[in-house]
Ligand binder design. Structure first.
Ligand SMILES: N[C@@H](CCC(=O)N[C@@H](CS)C(=O)NCC(=O)O)C(=O)O
Length: 202
């Protein structure tokens, strides 16, 4: 398998998941600042993934899989013994999908204005206000548990990646001590340390 990623972007989540799964994979960096986006080997990224965004996972049979929430589940299902996601056809599988969808639509996409340098500060403030409401709710979900599904899994790979952006954009998590502790807990995992090192953002 080959993961196309941009340093620190949402593609960090499948990068961590691949390391947790212990599966063989290679990576290729994508420069999202370049127009058109190009890969480190000089390929026009749209020739790999016509959607033009990361992550992309190229499977061993050459198929191209996109969308972080789906790529993460694909990885988890390749290493069932690592229990990164509940078995398919269990109710808990829907619970992890519920988390992945929440992270994708309510958190990940909520950060969009922060990635665009030309967005006015008022729009960023409004986005942070909306995100804060979600984080307020999320804080309560860690009552009595260390990880979203009880044990570490793909939803944590994704949530950590998104929470890390608060550091990147200098947004404080001080109001949410459980989230702050969670972020540190996940950051300490060897897979996370390795992924950050590989992406040169450690
Ligand atoms: N729907 C996609 C969105 C992925 C996405 O937002 N990727 C961002 C980085 S976090 C990106 O590549 N943006 C560059 C662009 O859209 O040109 C998913 O969930 O995987």
């Amino acid at each position: 398998m080959k993961l196309y990623y941009a340093p620190g972007a949402c593609s960090l989540a499948p990068h961590i998941a691949l390391l947790e799964a212990g599966l063989p994979f290679s990576t290729e960096r994508v420069d999202l600042r370049a127009q058109p986006h190009t890969t480190e080997s000089g390929t026009d990224y749209k020739s790999v993934n016509p959607k033009g965004y990361v992550p992309t996972l190229v499977l061993d049979n050459g198929e191209v899989l996109t969308e972080a929430a789906v790529v993460l589940q694909y990885i988890a299902d390749r290493a069932p013994e690592k229990r990164l996601a509940p078995d398919r056809n269990t109710n808990d599988r829907y619970r992890v999908q519920e988390w992945l969808n929440f992270i994708s639509t309510e958190l990940h996409k909520g950060f969009a204005p922060f990635w665009k340098p030309d967005v006015p500060q008022e729009q960023k403030d409004a986005a942070w206000e909306r995100l804060s409401q979600r984080l307020e709710w999320l804080e309560q979900q860690f009552n009595g548990k260390d990880y979203l599904m009880g044990q570490f899994g793909i939803a944590d790979c994704y949530l950590f990646t998104i929470l890390r952006w608060t550091d990147v954009f200098k947004l404080s998590l001080d109001s949410w001590p459980a989230l702050k502790a969670y972020r540190s807990r996940v950051a300490a995992r060897p897979s996370v340390q390795q992924a950050l090192k590989d992406e040169q953002i450690a």
